[in-house]
Ligand binder design. Structure first.
Ligand code: GLT
Ligand code: MN
Ligand code: MN
Length: 388
């Protein structure tokens, strides 16, 4: 590796899903281009690239039709591999999108036996994750959507989703699993429209749950970018609400199909603000890479991809520290601070309202002052491009 300063350690909490390095390059137009990477092989690869943990869907590890005996054998082999390579399992999830039974959704499907099966499958996936010590359970409702709104009223879908999450919270409490649920939004794909299209939509739903304290979000860069949104703003809102329970890092050109590109590879500047935000606020959760290697890659190329995700994060982290320490940037920020005041400012009282109503403002003066954001941004670009 070119620069040893960017060496990952357990303190960075870099994780990958089994489905990421295990992605075989299948797309709607072409079949797999890489051989199957068995879960134990994935764990070995992740240890080699310096990851801290691995995440999985129930069926990434245990095939949907496995017998109880097969399940136990797989679990014990996987546990052994994790222990041997010092890899932990901070997050588990459930696949509610691949099997044909979920073609009309899982928790929101019109068929009540499908909804019940989805709950059962999730409870079993929670059991599986708990066996590995996972404390975060991600729910990505990829099939919870519609091609036509003729199929059901969308508010009915919201009610069903709420009911399911409430049920799963009770199950976690009853089993003493101590899970935090992290809800992952996406605007579309595989459904034409997904009911909870953005992180903000999930933040709205969480407040209406029976146990809002157990439920947060898992924003994904690509999913916010698909919708043309600013990932860092979504993450910041979640963080400020105490709801940033997990994060999926990858990249994506806005407006395209779900690309799941290597972290920071498409929009390095957006990735910079995201990393800087996470590091500045002291986000302590896993930094999960939810991406996959180009279809052109073999085993070594997949490793290169995984190393690249980590390396880019660490480079951007260093750039963030450089930004914070830069004397000219600090001077510009100090200037901003002069007029910004402490905290959010406005606290209502009848007296403060009376004072405010009778205040005079230097409107022209405030509007005329140059804010020097051009310089601030150019300094950022200089740092990012290595010219500073
Ligand atoms: C799927 C999706 C991801 C989700 C995973 C969790 S599965 O690959 O594209 O964004 O995080 O279910
Ligand atoms: Mn994801
Ligand atoms: Mn994705």
């Amino acid at each position: 590796m070119a620069n040893d300063n960017f060496t990952p350690g357990p303190e960075h909490k870099f994780t990958f899903g089994l489905w990421t390095v295990g992605n075989r390059g299948r797309d709607p137009f072409g079949d797999a281009v890489r051989p199957t990477l068995r879960p134990v092989e994935a764990v070995q690869m992740l240890a080699e690239v310096g990851a801290y943990g691995v995440n999985f869907h129930d069926n990434d590890l245990v095939p949907i039709d496995a017998t109880a005996h097969e399940r136990d054998r797989i679990v014990s082999q996987f546990r052994q591999a994790c222990e041997q390579h010092g890899i932990v399992v901070p997050m588990a999830t459930v696949n509610l999108f691949y099997d044909a039974v979920f073609r009309d959704g899982a928790f929101t499907a019109n068929d009540k036996s499908v909804r019940a099966y989805a709950l059962q499958k999730t409870m079993r996936a929670m059991d599986l994750g708990a066996e590995f010590g996972a404390k975060i359970f991600v729910l990505w409702g990829g099939r919870e959507g519609a091609e036509t709104d003729a199929c059901r009223r969308p508010d009915e879908a919201v009610k069903r989703l709420r009911e399911a999450i409430n049920y799963l919270c009770e199950y976690s409490l009853d089993q003493k699993y101590d899970y935090k649920f992290a809800l992952e939004a996406k605007p579309n794909e595989p459904r034409a429209d997904i009911y909870m299209p953005t992180t903000g939509a999930y933040l709205g739903l969480i407040a209406t749950l029976d146990h809002p304290e157990m439920v947060g979000v898992n924003p994904e860069v690509a999913h916010e970018h698909m919708a043309g949104l600013n990932m860092t703003h979504a993450v910041a809102q979640a963080w400020e609400a105490g709801k940033l329970f997990h994060i999926d890092l990858n990249d994506q050109v806005p407006g395209r199909y779900d690309q799941d590109l290597r972290f920071g590879s498409a929009n390095p500047k957006a990735a910079f603000w995201l990393v800087k935000f996470l590091e500045d606020v002291g986000y302590a959760g896993p930094r999960a890479f939810d991406a996959h290697a180009y279809r052109t890659e073999d085993y070594e190329g997949v490793k290169e991809f995984a190393r690249g995700c980590i390396r880019t994060y660490l480079i951007l982290k260093e750039k963030g520290a450089q930004w914070n320490a830069d004397p000219e940037i600090k001077a510009l920020l100090a200037e901003i601070a002069k007029t910004s005041g402490d905290g959010s400012g406005a606290k209502f009282s009848r007296q403060s309202a009376t004072e405010l109503l009778s205040s005079d403002f230097d409107r022209a003066g405030s509007a005329a002052r140059g804010l020097k954001y051009e310089r601030l941004d150019q300094l950022t670009i200089d740092i990012l491009l290595g010219a500073r």
